[in-house]
Each structure stands twice: as C-alpha cells, then as structure tokens.
Design a protein. Structure first.
Length: 95
C-alpha cells in the first residue's frame, strides 16, 4: 500500500496540445476565452486556466510530429520541485 506522502507533491499541471496554426489558437484563447498568457516559448504558448492548472499550445511542424500525431497528441505534465517522479514510475510501472 502506498500513501500520498510517498509521492512528491504536485504543484502545477500543464496539458499541451499541438496546433496547425498557433496564431489562430492564440487569438481564440486570448481574445475569445480571455485566458491570460503565462509563458510564451516562441513555438509554444502556455495559458493560466486556474490556480496551478495551465493549458499549452505548440505549433505542429512536419519535423516534430507525424501527420497522425498532429490530430491526437497530448502532453500531460505534472510539475514538482522534487526529482524522482520518473524513478518512482520505473520502480512501480503498474501505477
């Protein structure tokens, strides 16, 4: 049995999506939904959704994504200050 204290605390969460047109996505999420830009990484833009929840959009390119991936790829990121989350997963891959 594992307890929550066995895991590093998750401080933030970011979900990234690929987009074919970052400018169109930017206009929609900033102008239509009013989301606040938290970080502009050039080809990725991250918006604040709630206290520690973020939504990111990255420009899809022919080099970085295959055609099938452009329609379905999602990157779900959990942010913690402690290293070792990957180590925990390797030790307990069924979780």
């Amino acid at each position: 049995m594992y307890f929550m204290s066995d895991y590093p605390p998750i401080e933030q969460q970011v979900t990234f999506f690929y987009t074919h047109d970052l400018d169109v996505s930017t206009e929609f999420y900033e102008q239509k939904l009013g989301l606040e830009l938290w970080l502009d990484q050039g080809t990725c833009r991250i918006y604040t959704v709630s206290g520690s929840g973020y939504l990111g959009f990255c420009q899809a390119s022919e080099i970085s994504t295959s055609p099938a991936d452009k329609h379905s790829s999602v990157i779900f990121t959990l942010v913690t200050q402690q290293a070792g989350l990957a180590r925990l997963h390797r030790q307990n891959p069924r979780r």
